[in-house]
Design a protein around this ligand. Structure first.
Ligand code: SAM
Length: 261
C-alpha cells in the first residue's frame, strides 16, 4: 500500500541528557517531524554552496550543488517546512555568506513576509586570505526574521563601548558582530569543518531565545548551537545528516557540566 501523503517521517530522536535532543537525519525530515508552533528560535548554518567538499579532522560534508538555483530550491523546501515550527514570538536566524544570502533573503521575504525581516547581521572575522582583485571577504551574513514584528522576543546583547566618552561602559550591540573565528589553536575546536565559535552562538541565542525557550538547529554539525544553548539554560534540538557530526555533537553535549533542564 502506498504511504499516505503528508505523514510526518519517523525520526529516531535521542535525548542527550536533560534538555537536549538529537537525530541523524535530513533537515527536511527533522522539520516535518517536529510540532508546529513549538520552537522559539531556529538557527541554521547550512552548507554555503562553496562548490567544494569541506574537510576537517573529525569529518567532512559535501557543499556543492549543480547550480545556484538548485541550492536555492533545496534551501527553500527546508525553510518552508521549518517556518511553521516557530511560535508566534519566535525568530529564525539563517547563516550564509555572499554566495547565497541575496537569494535566501528573497525566499524568506516570500515565506514569512518582507515586514518580518529584522536584521541583516554581519559576522566579521579576521581569518582567511585576501585577493589583489577585490576587497578581502571577511564576513558571513546572518538573516534575522521574526514571525510577528510586534511579538517576537528580543533582548539586546550588550558589548563593551569603544568610544572614549563611554570607556569602560557597555552599549547595545550593533548589527556588525566582531567575533574571532576559531583558529587552529582554539581550545573549543573539535575538528568539524566550518565549526562556528561558541561566543557567536551565545550572543545570538541570548538575544533571540527567551531563557525558558527552545532552540532548533537542523544542520547542527559539531553542535555549537546546542552547546551554547545548553550553557545558557535553553532546551535544544539538533539534527544533521551526517553520523559523524551527530557523534561529535553528542560528545560535546555529554561532556558539558550539568545545566538546568
Ligand atoms: C556549515 S556546517 C554546520 C557547522 C555547525 N554550525 C558547527 O558549528 O559545527 C553544515 C552542516 O550541515 C550538514 N548538512 C548538510 N546537508 C544536510 C541536510 N540535508 N540535512 C541536515 N544537515 C545537513 C552537514 O553535515 C554539516 O554538518
Amino acid at each position: 500500500m502506498p504511504a499516505p501523503i503528508d505523514t510526518a517521517p519517523l525520526i529516531d530522536w535521542t535525548e542527550i541528557g536533560p534538555g537536549a535532543t538529537l537525530a541523524q537525519c535530513d533537515w527536511l525530515d527533522a522539520a516535518r517531524s517536529l510540532g508546529a508552533g513549538t520552537i522559539d528560535l531556529v538557527y541554521v548554518d547550512p552548507p554555503f554552496n562553496t562548490g567544494a567538499t569541506k574537510r576537517g579532522e573529525a569529518g567532512a560534508f559535501g557543499d556543492r550543488w549543480p547550480t545556484l538555483d538548485d541550492f536555492v530550491s533545496w534551501l527553500r523546501d527546508r525553510l518552508e517546512a521549518t517556518v511553521p515550527l516557530l511560535k508566534p514570538t519566535g525568530s529564525l536566524l539563517l547563516h550564509l555568506d555572499w554566495r547565497t544570502s541575496h537569494r535566501a533573503r528573497m525566499v524568506l521575504d516570500e515565506l514569512l513576509g518582507e515586514d518580518r525581516f529584522v536584521n541583516h547581521l554581519i559576522w566579521t572575522y579576521g581569518l582567511g586570505g585576501s585577493s589583489p582583485r577585490r576587497f578581502a571577504r571577511k564576513h558571513d551574513d546572518i538573516l534575522f526574521y521574526c514571525v510577528d514584528p510586534d511579538a517576537y522576543w528580543f533582548e539586546p546583547p550588550m558589548v563593551p563601548a569603544t568610544s572614549r566618552r563611554m570607556a569602560g561602559q557597555l552599549k547595545k550591540a550593533t548589527d556588525v558582530l566582531d567575533i574571532p573565528s576559531l583558529n587552529n589553536q582554539a581550545k573549543e575546536r573539535v575538528g568539524w569543518p566550518t565549526q562556528k565559535p561558541l561566543q557567536l552562538l551565545e550572543m545570538l541565542i541570548g538575544a533571540c531565545c527567551p531563557p525558558d525557550g527552545v532552540v532548533f538547529d537542523p544542520c547542527c554539525g559539531s553542535g555549537t548551537t546546542l552547546v551554547a544553548g545548553r550553557t545558557l539554560g535553553r532546551r535544544v534540538i539538533g539534527s544533521d545528516i551526517d553520523a559523524k557530526a551527530i557523534g561529535v555533537a553528542t560528545e560535546r553535549l555529554t561532556s558539558l557540566p550539568r545545566t538546568p533542564s
